[in-house]
Design a protein around this ligand. Sequence first.
Ligand code: HEC
Length: 208
Amino acid sequence: MRYFLLILGLSIVVVMTLAGRRFDDGGSISRRPPIEVFPDMDRQPKLRPQTRNNFFPDQFSSQLPVPGTIARGAPYEDSTANTGRITGTTNFVGTIPVAVTEQLITRGRQRYQINCSPCHSAMGDGNGITKRLGMAVVGNLHDKRIVELPDGEIFNTISNGKNLMGAYGANISINDRWAIVAYVRALQRSRLADVNDMPEAQRSALKK
Ligand code: HEC
């Protein structure tokens, strides 16, 4: 028993000196534990900034941003086409700030039918399928008040929602939002037409 304790003590000393020593080059200062049972993420195959890296042709680990990269949030707020507001103010822009073409309106019609018609209906009167399912106060886009809203405010309603209507900014790209605004205007116009919108020949036929 005495020998056993002696041998045990000795082996502890031997194991500690061999396994417990730091195998660094010479020095005794190390941040690493001698035996790593759980290395966690101590060593990672990552690039440190400002170090050499042969992967890239210029051999820098830090690369410049790709040309055309836009800093998050930076110039976004600055343009009317992005916000629907006149730059530097909180006023909504009166007319659509992108070129309104037949193509844009056609695109707007398709996007409107996908994103808006379930609630506002294909005609825009607010009697979409959701009304029958219990959504009572869907806006009628032919209301005089909504017809008179600046284009930028409708853009803003699509982007950020309003009262009971949710925001669709995350689902609909900026250009598509303007396309929808253009189509909503076309829908409204279709109900505001009067006899003067008819071609001359048909107008006289109507008068007879
Ligand atoms: C899930 C149903 C739903 C969808 C989808 C929806 N709306 Fe609405 N919308 C509403 C409701 C409800 C209101 C009335 C909000 C209120 O005043 O409480 C409203 C109101 C509006 C108004 C009037 C806002 C005002 O100033 O009073 C506009 C304009 C409008 N919606 C446009 C759109 C357009 C364009 C789309 C498609 C991109 C769309 N909505 C999609 C439910 C919806």
